[in-house]
Design a protein around this ligand. Structure first.
Ligand code: FE2
Ligand code: FE2
Length: 191
């Protein structure tokens, strides 16, 4: 099945979400000088596997040769990013940067590239989502990608805490680099 067919099989609701993520990726891409084609592709493809069932995701992840941890074992829906990333890679569509972005779009990750940070933000702040600080987070991310990434991580962690859910280790590790001593960017020179 082609990637386009996979997209067409998503519900209209999911397709609309993905299109809104594409729009936010374009805005973030322009603001932060990202490759716009890669930015759009990452947004378009990030949830291609989001509507697969848990058993189907586990079987597909196995077929693709992915490895995963206890978190994904307990909640296989977490595999929808890694599976979609492999679909693009198998199809020879996109670049390692795009695959990395899609792979980690649900959790974030430490040392994630710029495109990946943008996608994590875009998925969290697309205008179909409704929560108080959404607009503010979007504008913060337009000004400063790292500050926006950390603010969306913080917002997500607060949400999980309220619901007494344990955050994924990749998210915890990403957040650890947001502390004053931590660092996400790639250009800072330290003495
Ligand atoms: Fe997703
Ligand atoms: Fe999404």
């Amino acid at each position: 099945m082609s990637l386009e067919e996979r997209f067409q099989q998503l519900t209209p609701h999911r397709q609309a979400h993905s299109q809104r993520v594409v729009s936010v990726m374009e805005a973030l891409g322009r603001a932060h000088h990202l490759d716009l084609e890669a930015a759009r592709l990452a947004g378009w493809g990030h949830d291609l596997a989001r509507e697969w069932s848990r058993p189907a995701l586990l079987a597909e992840a196995r077929r693709l040769g992915l490895t995963w941890g206890p978190f994904e074992e307990r909640e296989p829906l977490l595999l929808h990013g890694p599976v979609a990333a492999m679909w693009l890679r198998e199809a020879g569509v996109g670049s390692p940067e795009v695959w990395e972005a899609i792979r980690y779009h649900t959790t974030g990750a430490p040392h994630l590239g710029k495109l990946g940070r943008a996608l994590f933000i875009a998925d969290g702040v697309e205008p179909g989502r409704q929560y108080a600080e959404r607009d503010e987070l979007f504008h913060q991310a337009l000004q400063d990608l790292d500050a926006g990434y950390c603010a969306v991580l913080a917002s997500t962690l607060r949400y999980l805490e309220k619901r007494r859910l344990t955050p994924h280790p990749d998210m915890v590790a990403a957040w650890a680099l947001c502390s004053p001593s931590g660092h996400h960017g790639e250009t800072e020179v330290r003495n």
